[in-house]
Design a binder for this molecule. Structure first.
Ligand code: SF4
Ligand code: SF4
Length: 266
């Protein structure tokens, strides 16, 4: 029995940031890289931003080479890492020495062996809870190294992922979408582009009539041209505007005037 299971027997089934757990992953273990095979890894928009930049690929090339798209409960697309077509269904980035994109590995690879157990209610009160995953083949769970949840999150660089995820959650956790099933292909594509295909979204902003419709400050435009994180945050605002109907972008006065004339509404 791993020491983490002993924790559970003592009634410690969810951990706060200060609670401890036992885990150490290293090359000397027989299970090394076993966890990088035959798994489903859903990717967040920020995962894709980091991975495609780490690999120096465009978002289009990254998505077509390494991902598969599925449809989530809301009808909106979700993106998963495409495992290789070998016997073990290996992650495309696993090598005998470990992860070849370690600096930019996805959030779920970082947080393992912890599993977030927070709910909307606990998140609102800024409380976090985690459990330790019970994975039979993972020998790291039987090692003696003691970690706190807080320390593990720091070591794994989780905070930037969490901060970036909050922009995305504003869309996915919005009540407006909770009982909806989106089936409109244009909306699905708009969402996919804004969340996952950032280089295409950049072209959409600069090469379509977007800038004729919306007021965008010159310094914001400069940032959007060169900074993917700013572009991602802007894309999430565009979804808040277009998908959730929130007035977070400003339509140009002449566009509003023309629309009023066209519809006869004053
Ligand atoms: S210890 Fe666990 S996380 Fe580390 S390689 Fe083995 S299975 Fe993977
Ligand atoms: S991205 Fe890296 S850590 Fe994650 S499954 Fe693939 S090889 Fe393993």
């Amino acid at each position: 029995m791993t020491k983490n299971k002993e924790n559970k027997q003592q009634g410690l089934t969810v951990l706060t940031p200060e609670d401890h757990f036992f885990f150490e992953c290293h090359q000397g273990l027989d299970c090394f890289t076993r966890c990088c095979r035959n798994i489903t890894i859903f990717l967040t928009p920020y995962d894709i931003l980091r991975m495609k930049n780490g690999l120096k690929m465009s978002s289009e090339d990254f998505l077509s080479t390494y991902t598969a798209t599925l449809v989530g409960d809301s009808g909106l697309p979700v993106v998963a890492l495409k495992m290789q077509d070998d016997e073990e269904k290996s992650c495309p980035f696993v090598t005998s020495k470990g992860c070849k994109i370690y600096e930019d590995r996805p959030w779920s690879c970082r947080i393992y062996p912890l599993k977030p157990e927070s709910t909307k209610i606990t998140e609102k009160s800024e409380k976090e809870y985690y459990s330790v995953m019970d994975v039979s083949f993972c020998l790291g769970l039987s090692e003696d190294k003691v970690l706190t949840v807080k320390k593990w999150k720091e070591e794994q660089g989780i905070s930037i992922y969490r901060a970036m995820e909050n922009f995305f959650k504003k869309i996915t956790m919005n009540e407006f979408l909770s009982n909806k099933k989106i089936s409109n292909k244009n909306i699905q594509d708009m969402y996919y582009m804004a969340c996952y295909d950032l280089d295409r979204f950049r072209r959409f902003v600069f090469e379509s009539k977007f800038l004729k419709l919306f007021e965008v400050k010159p310094e914001t435009m400069e940032n959007l041209k060169k900074d993917d994180v700013e572009l991602y945050k802007f894309a999430m605002r565009w979804l808040e505007y277009g998908l959730l109907g929130q007035q977070v972008l400003k339509v140009k006065p002449d566009v509003i005037k023309a629309k009023k004339q066209e519809t006869g509404i004053e």
